[in-house]
Design a protein around this ligand. Structure first.
Ligand code: ARG
Ligand code: ZN
Length: 874
């Protein structure tokens, strides 16, 4: 059952054309699939094995004639096919039951409309096929359905025909001008409305852009459309990649396993990443929509035009496309400081989610070597670490060199299904003098070796000679199946500052050996090193910065990333000291003063201040410990938060008053930053009020909650009340629910806020159980399940890791319950206990028991089975 990368074999047959004809019916949809197939002359003749899953097979015809076939391992096997390499026609007639499809893979029904999700292996749930990305075919699709119930009928490509049929039915015929793998197939049918935009490209060509949503949501599509237009313009300007389609459609559905899907010309999105209005969406939602719309659009080239040879190459398109969407958002942000804010946010995701993955039982290389279930490998490693690998390539060859490399990549591989090696080769070949080209084989260890490398830095200053030395040593701990690691190619951007914070020198050092020493002569005094600027490589930097050095970097570094990082290190160091020593949490004056001067700084952006003044998350702090008591981590961080609230109370008040009015709503980075800082200030003021018993600030927060003109301010005020455990929280929550009872995405926020609230005496789990009994809860809807169950199990360590193990029992019950409905969602939840081995006893034993309880279920999906068995392996 386990699939290995090394076992790749080219397909024994090619499918050149596919004609699909759907008679759509929720209970029983009929699918007629007519293919032109030929043998792959490079492969020894063998039977044709077609993938299929949960299909009812009615008929198989070869060249119009009945033929013999058999079923083997769930595949349809045809042995008596024409010999020779001439194409032949294969016709397969099946039915499936979209209304019963709770896995949301293949063809399913959501809110009375039909949607598909085929990546990675969902097309086999629609028809028998060579469901692998290296088989690319031309598709013609005819959809037939009841006209009243399903007035809109969409598929990939261009609409070439449509009309009425008997019995109130109608049809639409679509032809996709591009060959594509089956995972990019899509269809949509239902009562949808759309926002349209016609644009003319640089080439002069006309394009029709459409965003389809349910009636009533049309007023929430403007931002998605603007993001789409910005994406098209950006890809053309930055990489010379134009829109290649006459028609580009986005469709939103509220039942979706992931964020969105790049089906050729017909992207299907989770509503969360399409719908936005100032009344219902936060600044974060606006930013996420921009980046996900960009991401899916950029896939049109990096994914659709050039796709993956096999699923082990997933990062070929995902790492590259995440890199592209990150660059897009940075370029749109414009100002260097706003770009830095985006970079910090991206690194924060990498370090709080990917680093733990890389250190846990599911650790895998960016290009995995094996899987039981490919859906388990749509991970932060393949996506975010993969993006960092692409970013390092750009660092090594320069921005222009990288664009040149991408051009060569398309020259070589347009229309092909290729590998990560092909990509790296193209970037290197376009830059033959670069360090990437010179060390390509070693660089590619980033694709093959799992685990986060450590870079240890030791410094020495010889006052007599004025020579400063930096010794950089790299190492990487073993990961499952990889006991020994070879050195990586690690670009280390660095600078040296003098005592007054002036920059003395800066540059890029490419670390390739296990250990290297850099020498800087000619200094009168010991400089302050600013290491790994901009987070130039996805590594853990081990350097014993002194507080003095960190305070200097925070105050003066020219690299905004390292300014932020200095504050994180100051805070993390303190949290770890409190945790290790069992001593009372008492923040020292120098730290508090440093935070005050950032908060009061006349020149820094509000968004940057908010990032600096937000303490590192509990998960991040926990990751720095060998043995973790999550409740203590929570308690220590909460104390630090409360002390910052009290010690800086007048400054928070100033920050709140100075930033609280942002005028007419606009989600641009500057106004969003002001709202973010206002929100943090309000939370801190409510926390300080909690300690002092004052009621003024909770009252102001409640007022702001009521009066807010946009969701960001309203939600931040609500969150401040909840986070501070204010007496007004309950009333505010009730009011919020009443206001937004008809807005599913807002209700998700309402659920998530409560399930993720700071635990006070074990109060969250009972609340979570009540939320699951709420009439608006529905475990079959992934967004809703995530908003309650994941917010508790994955995002609320203080509430989840209970000493009575009730959190773990709840977790195992939900994993099992979800697995019967939707294995992909269940497997994500299963990963909440990935890091169980780090837990302090008795939590460790209790977590192990809970995982074993799940693993003992005999009929688990491959998805969950793979996660729990890896968790239990030693
Ligand atoms: N390719 C999509 C994206 O990154 C993700 C789809 C993953 N779907 C899945 N069922 N694994 O935009
Ligand atoms: Zn993607």
């Amino acid at each position: 059952k386990v699939i290995h990368r090394a076992d790749y074999q080219p397909p024994a047959f090619w499918i050149d054309t596919v004609e699909l004809c759907f008679d759509l019916d929720p209970a029983k949809t009929r699918v007629l699939n007519r293919m032109r197939i030929r043998r792959n002359p490079d492969v020894v003749p063998q039977p044709l094995r077609l993938d299929g899953e949960e299909l009812n097979l009615a008929r198989v015809l070869v060249g119009g004639q009945g033929t013999s076939f058999k079923m083997e391992d769930g595949q349809l096997v045809l042995e008596n096919l024409p010999e020779g390499n001439d194409p032949f026609e294969l016709e397969i007639f099946t039915t499936c039951a979209p209304a019963k499809n709770t896995k949301l893979m293949g063809l399913y029904v959501s809110n009375d409309s039909f949607f598909t999700q085929c990546e990675a292996e969902g097309f086999r749930r629609i028809t028998y096929f060579l469901d692998r990305p290296d088989v690319m075919a031309s598709y013609t699709v005819t959809l037939r359905a009841d006209k009243q119930k399903y007035p809109v009928l969409l598929s990939n490509g261009n609409l070439v025909d449509h009309g009425d049929l008997a019995e109130g039915r109608h049809f639409a015929k679509w032809v996709d001008p591009f060959r594509k793998p089956s995972y990019l197939f899509a269809l949509v049918a239902g009562q949808l409305v759309c926002r349209e935009q016609r644009i003319s490209a640089r080439s002069g060509k006309e394009h029709l852009l459409q965003v389809y949503v349910r009636a009533g949501d049309l007023d929430k599509t403007e931002h998605a459309m603007n993001s789409l237009m910005a994406s098209i313009a950006w890809d053309e300007a930055r990489f010379g990649l134009p829109l290649d389609l006459e028609r580009f459609m986005i469709v939103a559905t509220s039942d979706f396993n992931m964020g969105a899907m790049e089906n050729k010309g017909l992207n299907i999105f989770n509503t969360k990443y399409v719908l936005a209005s100032q009344a219902t969406a936060t600044d974060t939602d606006y930013a996420n929509i921009e980046s996900v719309v960009g991401h899916e659009y950029f896939h049109n080239w990096t994914g659709d035009r050039v796709t993956c040879r096999d699923w082990f190459q997933l990062s070929l398109k995902e790492g590259l496309t995440v890199f592209r969407d990150q660059e897009f958002s940075q370029d749109l942000a414009g100002q260097p400081s706003a770009r830095a804010v985006k970079r910090i946010e991206d690194v924060r995701v990498l370090r709080t989610a990917q680093f733990p993955e890389d250190a846990g039982p599911m650790a895998h290389p960016v290009r995995p070597d094996q899987y039981l279930e490919i859906n388990n490998f749509y991970t932060v490693t393949v996506y975010e670490k993969g993006a960092e690998v692409v970013r390092m390539m750009q660092t090594l060859v320069g921005r222009e060199g990288f664009a040149r490399g991408l051009t060569l990549y398309f020259q070589r591989h347009d229309g092909q299904a290729v590998t990560c090696d092909d990509f790296a080769q193209a970037i290197a070949d376009a830059n033959p003098e670069s360090q990437l080209a010179q060390r390509l084989e070693q660089f590619k260890r980033w694709y093959s070796q799992a685990g986060t490398p450590h870079v240890r830095v030791q410094t020495h200053f010889d006052a007599a000679s004025g020579i400063y030395t930096l010794t950089l040593s790299q190492s990487c701990a073993p990961t499952p199946g990889q006991p020994d690691k070879q050195p990586f190619v690690i670009p280390v951007a660095l600078g040296l500052l003098d005592a007054e914070g002036r920059e003395l020198t800066s540059g890029l050092h490419v670390l390739t050996q296990a250990s290297e020493t850099l020498t800087f002569p000619g200094y009168a005094a010991e400089p302050v090193p600013s290491l790994l600027r901009g987070f130039s490589a996805p590594v853990i930097l081990d350097y014993e910065y002194s507080d003095q050095q960190l305070l200097a970097l925070l105050a003066h570094d020219t690299d905004p990333f390292n300014r932020w990082e200095a504050a994180q290190r100051l805070a993390t160091g303190r949290a770890l000291t409190f945790l290790r020593s069992d001593s009372a949490v008492q923040l020292d004056a120098p730290y508090v003063e440093a935070m005050r001067s950032v908060l009061r700084h006349p020149a820094l952006d509000a968004a940057f201040k908010e990032l600096v003044l937000t303490l590192p998350g509990e998960t991040y702090i926990a990751e720095q410990l060998d043995v973790v008591d999550p409740q203590r981590v929570h308690a220590v961080r909460e104390s630090m938060r409360a002390q910052l609230a009290q010690a800086l109370a007048p400054d928070w008040e100033w920050a709140y008053e100075a930033h609280k009015d942002t005028g007419a709503y606009s989600p641009d980075p500057a106004s969003a930053g002001r709202r973010a800082l206002t929100g943090l200030a309000l939370t801190q003021l409510c926390l300080a009020a909690r300690a002092s018993g004052d009621t003024v600030w909770p009252g102001k927060a409640y007022q702001r909650f009521k009066d807010a003109s946009n969701m960001t301010d309203r939600f931040n005020a609500l969150a401040a009340l909840v986070s501070a455990g204010s007496d007004l929280a309950a009333a505010a929550l009730q009011r919020f629910h009443a206001m937004f009872r008809n807005e599913p995405l807002v209700l998700d926020k309402w659920f998530a806020l409560q399930a993720g609230a700071p635990d006070r005496g074990g109060n969250v789990l009972p609340i979570v159980k009540q939320l699951m009994a709420h009439p608006d809860f529905n475990i079959r809807n992934p967004n809703r399940a995530r908003s309650v169950i994941f917010s508790y199990c994955s995002a609320n360590p203080g509430g989840f890791h209970r000493s009575d193990a009730a959190g773990y029992v709840f977790w195992s019950d939900r994993v099992i319950e979800l697995d019967a409905i939707n294995p992909q969602v269940a497997a994500r939840l299963a990963r909440a206990l990935d890091r169980w081995k780090k837990l302090a006893e008795p939590l460790r034993g209790a977590a192990r028991e809970a995982i074993a309880r799940v693993a003992a279920k005999p009929d688990l999906s491959n998805d969950v089975r793979e996660v729990v068995s890896r968790a239990l392996a030693d």
